[in-house]
Design a protein around this ligand. Structure first.
Ligand code: NDP
Length: 294
């Protein structure tokens, strides 16, 4: 069984460098995917209140028989639950569905640029949960540089992570440098470029000629090369799959190394085109999604 090395968060907590993502994993397929991942050696699952599958993630973790402390559980508060008391209750909903007392990492899913006070209040609730020991680390997702700057200026705890879109076609190098300056870990969503192909528009990073040539040279797949590139640059990566063969494939990335010229060739694939929604356009009006009680 593959064992995944840890990265250290800015508060000393360890996080496995590679975990399983479950965005768009239907609830009725989630327990099987998580079970398969845990069997293969994954020890970190990234879910979210808005994914509607926290309950099934929790079921698979319990059924695995693996001690709770050996599995890193990360989830996200959705924007409908922003505000101090609302976010405290959002924790109760997520922990209740997951069936755990404590979360390893709880993050805000998005900034709400048009209601940033609400975003700050939500983050202050995360700080409270951290102080109370209900979560081991806190962070954010999809924050742009100006959101990080405002958060740092107006709250106490530096986020442990910012989970953002990072794959060879959209790397956010300046934002990653800002993270580095503040000790914030960059956690890459769509680390194999899922967002470049699962919406059926645009060019798939899995079919990129440069990445495929590097993959052939190592006897690896394009997905494995992209994950290796992310890991070698110090990122946390959370590839998603519901297929056992791919879940195993995405974990088999600790037995080869990309050379500096290969890393540089992948860096050059930047297109500047964001796949996900423009973070500045996220509002409660167009992205509202009430989160059910536990
Ligand atoms: P990924 O880059 O992980 O790609 C996932 C897609 O690739 C799926 O369509 C999957 O299909 C397919 N796939 C997986 N492995 C392979 C492989 N080895 N070869 C070929 N195809 C493969 O994209 P995601 O957007 O899912 O990102 C990963 C995780 O990041 C999410 O699951 C979620 O946890 C998080 N995320 C967070 C966001 C945020 O706003 N904070 C936004 C988006 C994602 P199949 O399942 O059929 O194998």
């Amino acid at each position: 069984m593959t064992s995944v090395p840890n990265l250290r968060l800015n508060n000393g907590v360890n996080i496995p460098a590679l975990g399983l993502g479950v965005f768009q994993t239907p609830p009725n397929e989630t327990a099987a995917a998580v079970t398969e991942a845990l069997r293969a050696g994954y020890r970190h699952i990234d879910t979210a209140a808005a994914y509607g599958n926290e309950r099934e993630v929790g079921e698979a973790i319990r059924r695995s028989g693996i001690p709770r402390r050996d599995i890193f559980i990360e989830t996200k508060i959705w924007i409908d639950d922003y505000g101090f008391n609302e976010t405290l209750h959002g924790f109760d909903k997520s922990a209740g569905k997951l069936g755990v007392e404590q979360l390893d990492l709880l993050i805000l899913h998005q900034a709400l640029p048009s209601a940033f006070d609400k975003t700050l209040a939500a983050y202050r609730a995360l700080e409270r949960l951290l102080a109370e020991g209900k979560v081991r680390a806190i962070g954010v997702s999809n924050f742009m540089a100006e959101h990080i700057e405002r958060l740092l200026a107006q709250t106490e705890i530096v986020p442990a992570v910012n989970q953002i879109e990072v794959h060879p076609y959209f790397q956010q190098a300046a934002l990653q440098r800002l993270h580095g300056q503040h000790g914030i870990l960059t956690q890459a969503w769509s680390p194999i470029g899922g967002i470049t192909f699962y919406r059926g528009n645009g060019r798939s990073s899995l079919e990129d000629a440069t990445i495929l040539a590097i993959a052939r040279a190592h006897g690896k797949s394009a997905a494995q090369v992209m994950l290796r590139w992310g890991l070698q640059q110090g990122r946390s990566v959370i590839p998603k799959s519901v297929r056992p063969a791919r879940i195993a494939e995405n974990l088999a990335v600790f037995d080869f190394e990309l050379a500096p010229d290969e890393m540089a060739a992948i860096d050059e694939l930047e297109t500047g085109i964001r796949g996900g929604p423009e973070p500045d356009f996220i509002t409660l009006d167009n992205f509202s999604r009430p989160i059910p009680e536990a």
